[in-house]
Write a protein that binds this ligand. Structure first.
Ligand SMILES: O=C1O[C@H](COP(=O)(O)O)[C@@H](O)[C@H](O)[C@H]1O
Length: 268
């Protein structure tokens, strides 16, 4: 069974026994937010990431989820994308299409992916423009307290270096305040060319989820969640900068990823 608690300012933390349990809890949560968003405003605007997250969402393509989710109301976006062809194995779009989107009834016109035929800079500009049009036409809700979209749910993975989306430690992209989408040509993790949502967009969402599994993520999870003492406090880990200003934050992890949390260190 999951161990769940709420940290005073880092949101809700759910530590699962294993990946099977984590994945059931994650898809239950996605189905619940989908239903609530559709009831509230007639659509569900979900933002995906790449990496291990997508396989943990696989149960959405199976009963009962594939039958109870109102796929026709889904609008799908990406928190980050690698600037490669959509048929390339590094493409976050391809990963989601092969493992999720091709197996459920999301309308292709509701899938907002990047233009893979232009430069990273142009792809970022076009992607932001497309989202701005969807906010203007109210397909995507506007935030009440920032000049940003208010996505219903942003799903983030986290690397062992603490990166989320394509926001890497010490990278200038962490500081971007006036754009919704920015680009990188020097990603420390290959491939080098990427586009990514910026923190103002991530932190304007109604619900943000960070998913982390495996022991390699344990130190980053500790640095992202626990109350830190110096010198750890002086290091700005991207995952620690996830802090929705008017929304919910939930961390889904397995017990390996959670193993360095103070909660476990101090309860031994
Ligand atoms: O490069 C990326 O990595 C992160 C984390 O991936 P994981 O396989 O360690 O879970 C992912 O969230 C991001 O979207 C992706 O582009």
């Amino acid at each position: 069974m999951a161990l769940t608690w709420t940290h005073k300012d880092r949101g809700e933390i759910r530590v699962h026994e294993n990946l099977e349990e984590l994945s059931i809890d994650l898809v239950d949560y996605i189905a619940e937010i989908s239903e609530a968003s559709i009831k509230d405003h007639g659509a569900f605007c979900i933002v995906l990431s790449g990496g291990s997250l997508i396989s943990l969402m696989g149960k959405l393509t199976e009963p009962p989820y594939n039958k109870i989710v109102d796929w026709a109301k889904w609008y799908v976006f990406w928190a980050d994308e690698r600037v490669v062809a959509k048929s390339h194995d590094d493409s976050n779009y391809k990963l989601a299409k092969d493992n999720l989107l091709s197996k459920v009834n999301v309308f292709p016109r509701h899938i907002c992916s990047i233009n893979d035929t232009v430069s990273a800079e142009e792809a970022a500009t076009e992607y932001e423009f497309a989202i701005r049009q969807m906010v203007r036409t109210r397909t995507v809700t506007a935030s009440d307290n920032s000049d940003c979209p208010k996505f219903d749910l942003i799903l983030l993975g986290m690397g062992s270096d603490g990166h989320v989306a394509s926001l890497f430690p010490n990278h200038p992209a962490l500081e971007v305040k006036n754009d919704w989408v920015t680009f990188l040509t020097d990603s420390p993790k290959p491939p080098p060319e990427r586009i990514t949502f910026t923190f103002p967009v991530i932190n304007s969402a109604a619900n943000v989820v960070v998913v982390a599994t495996g022991e390699s993520k344990a130190n980053a999870i500790h640095l992202a969640i626990d109350d830190l003492t110096l010198p750890d406090r002086s290091f700005s880990l991207p995952a620690r900068l996830v802090h929705p200003s008017n929304g919910n934050l939930i961390w889904f992890m397995d017990k390996q990823a959670g193993s360095e949390l103070d909660m476990f260190k101090f309860s031994e």
